[in-house]
Write a new protein. Structure first.
Length: 217
């Protein structure tokens, strides 16, 4: 028996309701995941269930660039990863998830593959720049600046406010990401008057925010 088929059959027995695709990505078994993705019956599930979104979200969290690429390279008519089905329940897009976690490679893959709105807002009014400044991903911040300059985009606004009236610069200062804050402060569009308020808010924010580790290369 084909070893991939053997693993597939074992997975079917052990998952107890979960799909083989999600099991494969959960355990980082890229070879099995890609083999399963070749099966039309597996890809067909993407249209009627959230399994594709669950797999992509898991891959982004695990920083599994290979699986992220395999999923977003699928035709949008098979897997529309750009539009999250749970957005009405305040779910953020996969691009925003990558920015929130500082997953630069996954972020770049998604931007390169499809014409996504890199300046789009999540249900809380935050852009990917808000999230990158908060988590401290210098790579994403610099990448957004380069893309904005090359494409002359107005959507990447370093002084745009979320629904709470807070800018990317505010979050950079709030989170103690001084190098990023300095870059934004050099932009004449940025309102630096909120720097003092952000520093005042920092102690309370540090008590409540989750601890995320961002690896820069």
């Amino acid at each position: 028996m084909d070893p991939f088929e053997a693993i597939y059959r074992v997975a079917q027995k052990e998952l107890q309701g979960e799909t083989p695709l999600f099991l494969a990505v959960s355990y980082g078994n890229n070879a099995l995941f890609k083999r399963l993705l070749e099966k039309s019956e597996q890809r067909a599930k993407f249209k009627d269930t959230d399994i594709g979104h669950d797999c992509l979200n898991c891959a982004i969290i695990q920083d599994n660039k290979e699986i992220v690429k395999a999923l977003v390279e699928l035709p949008l008519f098979e897997f529309d990863w750009i539009h999250h089905p749970m957005v009405s329940l305040k779910a953020i897009s996969h691009l925003h998830t990558a920015a929130t976690l500082g997953r630069f490679e996954a972020f770049k893959i998604m931007v390169d593959i499809e014409s996504v709105d890199i300046g789009g807002r999540d249900p809380y009014g935050k852009t990917t720049l808000h999230h990158a400044c908060d988590v401290g991903s210098m790579e994403i911040v610099e990448f957004l600046g380069i893309v904005q300059a090359l494409l002359n985009l107005d959507t990447v606004d370093p002084d745009s406010n979320d629904l709470e009236g807070k800018s990317p610069f505010y979050y950079a200062v709030l989170s103690g990401n001084d190098a990023i804050a300095k870059i934004l402060a050099d932009d004449k569009r940025v309102d630096r008057s909120i720097e003092g308020k952000a520093k005042e808010d920092r102690p309370d924010y540090e008590k409540t925010r989750p601890i995320l580790i961002v690896e820069e290369v």
